[in-house]
Design a protein around this ligand. Structure first.
Ligand SMILES: [Zn+2]
Length: 375
């Protein structure tokens, strides 16, 4: 008995010895090859008559420039890199092709286009990065964007919406001209949509110029880490091992950047329990999106006339593509309220599906369990 236990212990220790090294060696190769004189173009989006989104504290063209200038200042503190900007004031109007031509004229190795996001209902939140659909550019933007979003989540708690792609309307190439016009010139380009300038949730992240500057510095450090740069002035050395790099395949399209053009397949709700003394109902929510993931959900208690702002779908991680297949939601109602509950489940590309509806036939009343139907 004792002997076999000892043997088991030895086997267990051996297993630990065998597995621990392979678990800790997670570092991935830097996917973008470059030499010692890297040329980077920073492109503050919009400018001049093109103001960008108006929904924030200030117009997007101003926010982009503040971030871009802080980015350039910090990136210049790293060695082995020359940095250019497509515009350095807010009055210059530049087309997207002009920006790509400029990148070509300075022999850029990489273009980073700086933006802030907005949406029609002003209810979205988080950071996202767009990369090309075309190999090997797809992998470059994927590895960079993944790294960037991890930093944003750790440093600011800004929710990652993932590294995305968008197909052109009439081509298999890229929708966004700043990407397609650059890769046409064999220059990789990514778009950073820092967070939502017009949203309630991200409002705390877009209150001051200092925040826009801080994001520029974080971008610079992410860029430096992606390329493996070092800075004597800053005392930072990214030239070696990095735990932050995701595996990216330069020879093909990376599935994590797949554009989900369909809505989720299922969003369904059912009643788990009702407590009449506290007017509380617990709803079981299920959702699935087989070619994407669930990212947010929104609740309506009046049959879909009005919606609460979207929340993060439990377990949703846009960098790994994982989410909880179901969760419970506990709701408390005032006496006399007769809820009609519907849930909207959103995927990573803002496609959504409405659930079935749970309609209470009786009003909530702390005296009895109200009747309801699930339709
Ligand atoms: Zn923009």
């Amino acid at each position: 008995m004792k002997k076999s236990l000892r043997n088991k212990c030895i086997t267990f220790l051996l297993l630990i010895c065998l597995f621990v090294p392979s678990m800790t060696v997670r570092a991935q190769e830097r996917v973008f090859p470059h030499d010692d004189d890297l040329v980077i173009v920073i492109d503050p989006g919009h400018g001049g008559t093109d103001t960008g989104t108006q929904g924030g504290r200030i117009q997007e063209r101003f926010m982009n420039l503040i971030t871009a200038q802080a980015l350039v200042n910090r990136l210049n503190m790293y060695e082995g890199v020359t940095v250019y900007m497509t515009r350095s004031d807010n009055d210059t109007t530049l087309s997207l092709t002009e920006r790509a031509k400029y990148a070509e004229s300075v022999e850029a190795d990489f273009v980073f286009s700086i933006h802030y996001n907005a949406c029609v209902l002003h209810d979205r939140f988080g950071i996202e990065t767009y990369t090309s659909r075309v190999a090997p550019y797809n992998a470059y933007g994927y590895q960079f964007g993944d790294l960037l979003m991890k930093k944003y989540y750790e440093e600011y708690g800004i929710f990652p919406r993932g590294v995305k792609t968008r197909k052109g309307l009439r081509t298999e190439g890229d929708y966004y001209t700043i990407i397609s016009a650059n890769i046409y010139r064999e220059i990789p380009a990514v778009i950073i949509e820092h967070c939502f300038a017009d949203g309630v949730v991200d409002a705390v992240h877009t209150m001051s110029d200092d925040q826009f500057r801080a994001y520029g510095e974080t971008d610079a450090d992410a860029i430096a880490e992606f390329f493996g740069l070092r800075s004597t002035i800053l005392g930072i050395d990214y030239s070696g091992y990095s735990d932050n790099l995701v595996y990216a395949d330069p020879s093909s399209f990376n599935d994590a950047t797949y554009e989900d053009r369909t809505n989720p397949e299922t969003v369904a709700i059912s009643v788990t329990s009702i407590d009449e003394t506290s007017n509380t109902v617990t709803i079981h929510v299920e959702g699935s999106d087989s070619d994407g993931m669930m990212l947010y959900y929104a609740l309506s208690t009046d049959g879909g006339w009005t919606w609460e702002r979207p929340e993060i779908w439990p377990g949703a991680n846009a960098l790994t593509g994982t989410y909880d297949p179901s969760f419970d939601l506990t709701l408390t109602f005032e006496d006399g309220y007769r809820p009609s509950i519907v849930i909207k489940g959103y995927n990573r590309y803002d496609g959504y599906l409405k659930s079935n509806q749970i309609t209470f036939i009786d009003k909530f009343d702390s005296m009895y369990v109200p009747l309801y139907r699930e339709n």
